[in-house]
Design a protein around this ligand. Structure first.
Ligand code: PSV
Ligand code: MN
Ligand code: MN
Length: 392
């Protein structure tokens, strides 16, 4: 496929409607268990995190929502936070619950054998629903660190039963237009078993709960070699893909910039999405980033990530699906594969630059941000106070 100068109309229309949610925690300092490197200008409170997130949207036009983590992003005046976001052209997205930082959750939260602990974890989730209402959000995102480290440490079955009961209580708190999304992860911080390790477990709980419960797929949460696009196809088929956490990984839950470790995997995933029209807002899939920028500039990292998703989505939209269907019908394996590869290798960058300019956006948002002086400005202004990190 030759390099297109402009995007076909339908591709441009689809891209205009597409948006990505960014996580507040990506703008704070993060690191590994070895070291957290601080960066000058890192936000000191949720207001500053939202201001940084708004920069990502301002130059890309792609990231109008910011996920909050509760209680990391707790503020006295929620109305003021909401208004601050709206003044800066963004709004608050999902509310992420947190039952992994307190000592009492050492043995589990929604799965804990101790009734008092379980009660506290359920109440925390119900409180998150109040935060959602105050912020204008409609979605509660649950990722649990629950699990065990050693065989025999606890009953896997009993923990599933307790989880089901706890989730049912949280689910009952949802209003008709609200939903909860349940994220799975195959290991870490628990190293023998986690209580929601895979899409099957998440889906089973969601099916038992009802239509307002959906699965979250984080691209970094699978065993190496897992065919993630297959999971995407399967969850979409069941109308249970609620949200995506995009990031890149080489080894485990690396949370690196999207599309850098394996651009072709991102393309395959997005093509599966496109084939089921799930990139359209009407599908209800919330496309998000879940990343931690340990060594690179955080805002620049977020900009790169959303642009990589947009660029790869454009390629997926360019696949000649009629020709593909025809090749598939004839079992022409190599022609079918060639059609996909052709779209993957197409350089859409010039057409995307023109597309952005048409919308009054910089042709190169990444360079525009670097040249804006924002990072230097906040580094000078944000002195004193404690910088926030992955963990408030
Ligand atoms: C932990 O693995 C994690 O990265 C999950 O993916 C959540 O989405 C995120 O933290 C925020 O809680
Ligand atoms: Mn995640
Ligand atoms: Mn993760």
């Amino acid at each position: 496929m030759p390099t297109p100068a402009v995007l076909p109309d339908q591709v441009a229309r689809d891209l205009r409607e597409f948006s990505i949610e960014v996580p507040s925690w990506a703008y704070g300092n993060s690191g590994t268990r070895f070291k957290v490197f601080g960066t000058p200008g890192t936000p000191r409170d949720p207001f500053e995190k939202i201001a940084d997130a708004a920069q990502t949207h301002a130059v890309t036009g792609l990231a109008p929502r910011v996920s909050l983590h509760y209680p990391w992003d707790r503020v006295e005046d929620v109305d003021a936070l909401r208004a601050h976001a709206e003044d800066l052209g963004v709004r608050i997205g999902m509310i992420n619950s947190n039952t992994f930082q307190d000592d009492e959750y050492k043995w589990g939260s929604l799965t804990a054998g101790d009734k008092t602990v379980r009660r506290r974890a359920i109440d925390h989730h119900l409180e998150c629903l109040d935060v959602m209402r105050a912020t204008g959000s409609k979605e509660l995102k649950i990722w649990l660190a629950d699990g065990t480290n050693y065989a025999g440490q606890d009953s896997i079955r009993a923990r599933q039963d307790r989880l089901a009961e706890s989730l049912a209580e949280v689910y009952q708190g949802l209003a008709d237009d609200e939903r909860l999304v349940l994220e799975y992860k195959f290991f870490e911080p628990a190293f023998y078993h986690t209580d929601v390790p895979d899409w099957g477990t998440s889906l089973l709980h969601c099916l038992a709960l009802g239509e307002k419960a959906l699965v979250v797929l984080d691209t970094g949460h699978h065993a190496p070699g897992t065919n993630i696009e297959f999971i995407v196809a399967q969850l979409l088929r069941q109308n249970r893909l609620g949200a995506f956490d995009f990031n890149s990984r080489n080894y485990a839950d690396d949370d690196l910039i999207v599309g850098l470790a394996d651009p072709f995997q991102l393309f395959r995933i997005l093509f599966e999405i496109v084939q089921q029209d799930a990139h359209r807002p009407a599908s209800g899939v919330n496309f998000m980033l879940d990343q931690c920028h340990n060594i690179e500039s955080k805002i620049q990292g977020q900009i790169r990530s959303v642009l990589n998703v947009q660029e790869t989505l454009a390629k997926a939209l360019l696949v000649d699906r009629e020709a593909l269907a025809d090749a598939q019908e004839r079992n022409d394996v190599l022609e079918a594969n060639g059609i996909l590869m052709d779209a993957f290798w197409t350089d859409v960058r010039p057409a995307l630059a023109a597309f952005r300019e048409e919308q009054g956006l910089p042709a190169d948002p990444f360079e525009a941000f670097r040249a804006s002086g924002y990072e230097e400005k906040v580094a000078a202004e944000r002195v004193g106070g404690n910088q926030m990190g992955w963990g408030a």
